[in-house]
Design a protein around this ligand. Structure first.
Ligand SMILES: [Zn+2]
Ligand SMILES: [Zn+2]
Length: 334
């Protein structure tokens, strides 16, 4: 059965959300049409809400294939999550399996082409990550920004400190920080401290097994600090509390410059600073196991299911800090 119309959200700017209904045309060659079953809200979407977007936002998408374009050999009914960098597949990084480092990356789904705050979305077939039968889509979608990005950062870090560490600090207990906490043990981190000015977020971090950090002032406390907030003061904290020989993973996003304070203390400190972006498709298989172990707990603590029509309310409560990870979930996927 072919669906002919689809409702989608538009962000004209200034915090407004409108909906329109479009007639769906044929699916382009090499692409697939998904019925969107789940699309999670992300902190980065708040920027688009303010500035407006020419495309349909939403980049943490899980759905079901309803139609395929020419040249695509995938059965309808395939459940999948969507890999947002539209990688080329042929550059030397892509050929090596490092699709998140594509040298010809121009588009991110939900940023430069239509994303998932809609009933349907068309995506390149190579951006589909089929989901194993035993993983529900509401959990699978956490395999993108929340666990996929967290796990990739920790895999990069393992190359710097292959013996692991007894205790690490996570600065910023938003969804990504909580994702880091939930998979840390699997990567050789004995225990995790967490810091966040928001009480509810910190409580969630503790519920997921972290300990509330007590001292964010003293130097040389941690061999590993994961900075997830992107806030300048938190970046300074990370660089202060890390011990010589340690590592700082800079995961937080913001428009502010990332500065390294050239104080005598910093100049005399031997440490790794690791920046990472998203994850390569080659890591997806291993991430399903992480989600089988930690996904349900994470989903139950983080997500709030809402309907597409509730998107304005979802954003209002997300911006207010009431919801950690609201998810637009279709009737069929509830
Ligand atoms: Zn995101
Ligand atoms: Zn490439």
């Amino acid at each position: 059965m072919t669906t002919s119309t689809s409702v989608r959200a538009r962000f004209p700017g200034d915090g407004r959300i409108d909906f329109d209904t479009v007639t769906l045309g044929p699916v382009a060659e090499g692409e697939v049409r998904l019925r969107v079953d789940v699309c999670a809200l992300c902190g980065s979407d708040k920027r688009l809400l303010r500035s407006g977007s020419t495309v349909v936002p939403g980049h943490e998408i899980g759905g079901t294939v309803v139609e395929v374009g020419a040249g695509v050999d995938l059965p309808t009914g395939t459940r999948a999550i969507v890999y947002i960098p539209v990688f080329c597949g042929t550059c030397r990084r892509c050929v090596a399996g490092r699709t998140n480092q594509c040298l010809r990356l121009t588009q991110l789904i939900g940023w430069q082409r239509d994303g998932g705050f809609a009933e349907h979305v068309d995506v390149p077939a190579r951006c589909l990550l089929p989901v194993p039968d035993d993983v529900p889509l509401t959990t699978a979608v956490l395999g993108l920004d929340t666990v996929g990005t967290a796990a990739h950062a920790l895999r990069l870090w393992q190359r710097a400190q292959p013996d692991g560490v007894d205790r690490a600090l996570v600065v910023g207990a938003g969804p990504l920080g909580l994702g880091v906490i939930s998979v840390a043990r699997a990567f050789g981190i004995g225990a995790v401290d967490a810091a966040d000015p928001h009480e509810g977020r910190l409580a969630t971090a503790v519920a997921l097994g972290a300990r509330a950090a007590e001292d964010l002032e003293s130097e040389n406390q941690y061999d590993l600090v994961i900075e997830v907030s992107g806030v300048t003061a938190a970046r300074e904290t990370a660089q202060r509390v890390v011990a010589p020989g340690g590592a700082v993973i800079a995961l937080g996003e913001s428009d502010q410059p990332y500065t390294m304070p050239a104080t005598p203390r910093w100049r005399r400190t031997d440490l790794f600073t690791i920046r990472s972006f998203y994850f390569p498709t080659s890591e997806v298989e291993a991430n399903w196991d992480l989600l089988r172990n930690s996904g349900a707990a994470l989903r139950d603590r983080l997500t709030v299911p809402l309907a597409l029509a509730d998107l304005p309310e979802a954003f209002a409560r997300f911006v207010a800090g009431d919801y950690l990870k609201p998810c637009i979930v279709s009737e069929d996927a509830r």
